[in-house]
Structure formats: C-alpha cells, structure tokens
Design a protein around this ligand. Structure first.
Ligand SMILES: [Zn+2]
Length: 142
C-alpha cells in the first residue's frame, strides 16, 4: 500500500505541523507540533507488523473486522497522536462501568485464564470504539 502524504495541519487540534528533523516529541513548540502518522487500526491487530519483533501474536480481528480501515492512516501533531490518542484518561468509575458493559456483552474472559484465542479482546476494542462513537454523537447534538 502506498504511503499517504502527511497533511499540513493536525486533523484533531488543527495546529500547523512542523517537520524539523530531531525535534519530534521535544517539549518545544516545533516538537509538540511535529507531524506524525497514526494508523486508525493498529497493524498488529490484523496480525501484521512493520517492526521486527520475533513474537507475532494471533490477530485480534478477523478479515471482516474493520477491513475498510486496514492500513489507513491520518496525520496528527505529536501531542494529539502520542499524548491524547495513545493515553486516554479513564477514571476509576468509568473503568467499573466499562467492565460492567464488557460483562453484559459477554466479552469478559469467562474462563479467567487467557488462551491463544484473542477474539474477546477484539470485541472489547470494538466496544470501546462504540462507546467513543456514541459519546461523540451525544456531545455533538445541538
Ligand atoms: Zn493536534
């Protein structure tokens, strides 16, 4: 798949992206606004990886899951990509509610011990995506 070009502005906060070599992640305006590419769906979830890890886990998703987004990326600034998207804040009360919802949908690990099977993790990831999507729809209502 052909790599998509980085856009000129962050697709979340809208800042003008910088591309100064050696600045990525530095606590400077150019480091914080450094352009970076984010996969909508992590490649490892499909059992693919671009790095050279020896251990390759079983895919989390099947061929039917999110295939239309496989390999698709978007451009963000360092802050929106690495700090916002990769480190969402979950408060204890929300973890309790998400665990309750997980159990209600039967996506919890009922056998209590992990196996090679990763289908339920895929279901929990999709459930979290549903929560975010419905929350966004609710907050965008006039
Ligand atoms: Zn941003």
């Amino acid at each position: 798949m052909k790599k998509q070009a980085l856009k000129s502005h962050c697709q979340i906060c809208g800042c003008k992206l910088s591309s100064k070599k050696g600045e990525y992640a530095k606590p400077t305006p150019s480091g914080r606004s450094h352009g970076t590419r984010h996969h909508y769906i992590a490649e490892r979830f499909f059992g693919r990886t671009t790095n050279k890890r020896k251990y390759q886990a079983n895919p989390v998703f099947t061929k039917e899951d999110y295939q239309e987004y496989a390999g698709q990326t978007e451009t963000f600034c360092y802050e929106c990509h690495e700090e916002l998207l990769h480190n969402p804040v979950f408060l204890p009360k929300d973890i309790v509610k998400f665990a309750e919802l997980t159990k209600k949908r039967h996506y919890d690990e009922t056998d209590k011990e992990k196996t090679e099977e990763r289908h339920k993790l895929g279901q929990r990831i999709k459930l979290l995506n549903e929560v975010i999507s419905k929350g966004l729809d609710e907050l965008l209502k006039p």
